[in-house]
Design a protein around this ligand. Sequence first.
Ligand code: NAP
Length: 546
Amino acid sequence: MSDTTTERVDAVVVGAGFSGLYMLKRLRDELGMTSRVFEAGDGVGGTWYWNRYPGARCDSESYVYCFSFDDDLLQEWNWSGKYPEQPEILQYLNHVADRFDLKSGISFNTRVTSAHYQDDDGRWLVETDQGDRVSAKYLITAIGCISTGQIPKIDGLDSFEGEWHHTGAWPHEGVEFGGKRVAVIGTGSSGVQSIPVIARECEHLTVFQRTPQYTIPAQHGTVDQAFLKEVKANYREILNEARVSAAGFPYDASETSALEVSDEERLETYERLWEKGGFHFMLGSYSDIALDRRANDTASEFIRGKIREIVDNPETAEKLLPRDHPFASKRALIDTNYFDTYNRDNVDLVDIRHFPIEEITPTGLRTADGAEYEVDIIVFATGYDAMTGTFFKMDIRGREGRELKDKWSDGPLTYLGLATAGFPNMFMITGPGSPSVLSNMPVSIEQHVEWISDFVDYNNEHGIEVAEADQAAEDEWVQHVNEIADQTMYMLADSWYLGANIPGKPRVFMPYAGGVGVYRERCDEIAAAGYEGFNLQESREPALAD
Ligand code: NAP
């Protein structure tokens, strides 16, 4: 399929966040290939371009939330905070894009509307909302895992006379909360980060909570300069450690069971890690918290004790106690002053587990018990159609016109989270079935980008025209992903990992819980074995660039 209005390139990359930027760099600077990179936003940054809500920042510590591919880049960039805040991450990604001259290779304000594999010439035909029509050998999705926001279907939203916003599509000019009555719906990562900041700015805040959450204090602050000096002196070593770790962090994971130590020792460990803050509590405490319910109970109960201690009003504290799921079975939350916020006079908590929001009225919200809440602004911190939603919005069709949406109707099916049978030459950066959201994302993104570009390089060298995941290899991988998930606490919560937040979405655990290091090893073995599990079809005419 080719005509004069169809541009021909080696690869189309969808998205210009961490993944798309690095993929472009690799394709262009290391493989010398042509590409089109399409990005819906008017700038680089992906999730950090869209998520500008108050308090937005990353839960990975800043020194490991970065690219590792360039030593000079590592040395020259200085984060100001212990955790990177959204404006600084966006600055960082712009710096990377400018430093490696990547923006010239990206078409901004352009959304891919369809990507159809053409059986006749074995290429992808990609179309955009700006009228682009591009034929590419490779289709590479760099669309993030959490990029299609979900606003619950609640009657009456159209009638609301105030302002409303989803945290993932925050206005670039900001939102003026001063003197306003605000409702925040949702208490996931976005909710627990934004609630304390909004509470300080607005006249009155009502938080609508469906599920109480475990959250660990970030213990945020400025970067410790002595620590940073040490990191910079050993950066390569530190990041190599992150690459082979369980979750993409260079921490020593505990090898001790929570059940083999005395109550006093366990309490002392939890207190120490609570003070240290962030993911250290989960990763550094005990080895079986994510695997053994009794071990997990000790951590869950410790956190419930903290909530009782922090929140002054016992009735409010009771409403905030998470009891229906184990700690870390949903995405672990990291906060600053979240529970303290409920001690403020201008903050109320409404439990909507039993009396959901029934209607949005012109002046506010009404819950099923008939209570009415008048507000000027509604903030939807209600999450995302994660991991598959953005794929489905794109109308991706593989061999014989088969829709990806149709193939994945009972849950995503992939080989390594990198490819899916029936969709040749399509690669997914941090796709479902890979560690992705269970890890420090830049570590997983770099691993995927490097693995994909090595594969593409291999194909170039060996004259491979079509590389497609083998059905049997995919089936085996899907089974492995499910078996690993079944051994964890993740199956015990209604989380977005399982699609449980989207009505009608199949309940399937989407990321790979086997660990970043183990996963990398498996990917490397597969590559070393000549891309085992892929069917490689040699071209009759090996020339690649058209
Ligand atoms: P989320 O974790 O899915 O939380 C959504 C919240 O909205 C939950 O409290 C959920 O309640 C509630 N909700 C959803 N639908 C609802 C409905 N119909 N009625 C009432 N409440 C409803 O979404 P998120 O907070 O945006 O976070 C998504 C993911 O993005 C995170 O898990 C994390 O991976 C990433 N993220 C990371 C950071 C960071 O690094 N700091 C910050 C933001 C986001 P239920 O719990 O009952 O479903």
